[in-house]
Design a binder for this molecule. Structure first.
Ligand SMILES: *[C@@H]1O[C@H](CO)[C@@H](O)[C@H](O)[C@H]1NC(C)=O
Ligand SMILES: *[C@@H]1O[C@H](CO)[C@@H](O)[C@H](O)[C@H]1NC(C)=O
Length: 479
């Protein structure tokens, strides 16, 4: 197809215009080049139609070769015509009932005319048609309107074959040499912004962690010292009345240490009591009825939950109560824990656990629900639901669900419960002291708040530093 007629002064080579465009942008605001984008609409034939026209032309040429009067023999015609014209033309012309085929070929009609074909040929030659013709051809899906785009590039008032460098500063050399008189200075741009200052950036996890810490502090909770990643199985499991055969204590779930493989010291009196409760119970419990092994308790591991710290803190509190008097406590911690898990988009082998606990006399499940309502509403989660659950060291236990306004459904946000007497009494607490506690991961709320779907984009070696630089100041609240 021919291109539509162009003004000869126009450049239409796309690649040239783009480079010119870029260089004109790079220069100052005064125009070294003027650029106009040109658009022109024209009708063009669809590919299918083009093929059809080609066949048509063959058919027509075939027809013209047949004499107006009388007839012509096949062989003679074949000699006269191009093989393609003969082959396609003869079948098409016969189909259209223009000619009588046989050994002798003669015209059936004297004159053939195809208006549509004529119009299409006109379009193909770049001629313009009337409105009705334009529309009828389009309606018959023979033509389509195409937009031709081109650029007009001309020299601007500031055109120069080489880029001029304008001075940005008046220097000593300018003054000494005296050329300051003739130099062209770059105009000052008072709205120009300076380069962004280099500064540190907080990771989203740290921001959310800080907000949650503040919530705990506002609720008068004390932070527990969690700076201890390596823990003994005793504090991580046994003190929590978690039996030694429990699957969580398998190396498939927990990272055990090779060196040092075992802990050096444990409070022996307490260890004895824990052993007895595991083996035969006490305090209204029958225990697990198995032979408790000290070697199992000595094994060092990477803590699987911060509750290992809670058990140390509660033990210390009970000891203090025995020696002096019982002081009610509200504790919290937010720190890293480790699980031997297959890594996927929602799981890592390490994550942060948020934990809160209250130790006081006469606490009930009602207190737990009340504290949870208070805590989570400060995080923007007002609608809570609780579901009974099982945990080895809490009874009763509840999973916590929050209604997610964005997802329009209930999502699980944490776990909670009251520590069992089998855990608290061996520590030395009296019967009327209870502990309510809850836990959740830090990653999950952070991912929801920052709209991150893959945990590996949030934490670990694949994290994009740009994300950390660009992320907004944290605003807690479920969207
Ligand atoms: C038909 O289309 C051509 C574009 O190829 C246009 O220039 C012309 O004005 C149209 N005719 C009418 C009457 O709209
Ligand atoms: C001046 O700086 C502003 C902000 O960076 C920019 O938008 C504007 O185009 C500049 N003006 C000139 C004349 O360069």
């Amino acid at each position: 197809m021919k291109s539509p007629i162009l003004a000869s002064s126009l450049l239409i080579v796309d690649s040239i215009t783009t480079t010119l465009l870029m260089s004109s942008k790079a220069s100052t605001a005064s125009a070294t080049l003027t650029l106009r984008i040109l658009r022109k609409k024209h009708w063009c034939l669809l590919k299918r139609v083009k093929n059809m026209l080609k066949k048509d032309r063959l058919k027509f040429n075939f027809f013209l070769a047949v004499p107006q009067e009388g007839s012509i023999s096949k062989e003679e015609l074949q000699k006269l015509l191009d093989p393609a014209v003969y082959k396609i033309g003869c079948s098409q012309a016969a189909k259209n009932k223009w000619v009588q085929m046989g050994n002798q070929i003669s015209r059936k009609v004297q004159h053939v005319e195809d208006r549509v074909k004529d119009l299409l040929l006109q379009i193909q030659d770049g001629q313009e048609l009337g409105k009705d013709d334009n529309n009828s051809l389009k309606a018959r899906k023979l033509t389509a309107l195409q937009t031709w785009k081109g650029y007009s590039v001309k020299r601007g008032p500031e055109y120069a074959p080489r880029r001029r460098r304008t001075a940005t500063d008046l220097t000593r050399e300018h003054l000494q040499g005296g050329d300051w008189r003739n130099i062209e200075f770059k105009e000052y741009n008072f709205s120009a912004k300076g380069p962004p200052p280099e500064s540190g950036h907080l990771h989203p996890l740290n921001k959310v962690k800080e907000r949650i810490k503040n919530i705990f502090r506002l609720m008068n909770f004390e932070e527990m010292p969690t700076n201890r990643y390596v823990e003994s199985s005793f504090w991580n499991f046994d003190a929590l009345f978690q039996p030694q055969q429990h699957p969580a204590r398998d190396s498939h779930d927990t990272f055990f240490l090779k060196a040092p493989a075992t802990t050096k010291q444990l409070p022996e009196d307490y260890v004895e009591t824990v052993k007895r409760v595991h083996e035969s119970g006490g305090y209204g419990s029958r225990g697990y009825g198995y032979e408790w092994k000290r070697e199992e308790a000595n094994k060092n591991l990477l803590r699987t939950h911060t509750t290992a710290i809670s058990s140390r803190m509660l033990y210390a509190l009970a000891q203090h109560a025995k020696q002096q008097s019982f002081t009610p406590k509200k504790y919290f911690s937010i720190d890293r824990v480790f699980r031997n898990e297959a890594v996927d988009r929602t799981h890592l082998a390490e994550f942060h656990q948020i934990e809160g606990l209250v130790c006081d006399r006469g606490l009930t499940l009602g207190h737990l629900i009340g504290v949870l309502q208070d805590f989570f509403s400060r995080l923007g989660m007002d609608k809570l639901k609780f579901k009974p659950a099982y945990n080895p060291y809490t009874e009763p236990s509840m999973e916590i669900f929050s209604y997610h306004e964005g997802l329009k459904k209930w999502v699980e946000i944490g776990n909670s419960g009251m520590f069992r007497p089998e855990m608290l009494r061996p520590m030395g607490f009296s019967e009327d002291v209870n502990v309510i506690a809850w836990g959740l991961s830090l990653e999950r709320p952070t991912m929801i708040l920052y709209g991150i779907n893959n945990i590996r984009d949030l934490f670990g070696h694949k994290v994009d530093l740009g994300l950390i630089k660009k992320n907004p100041l944290c605003l807690i609240g479920i969207k």
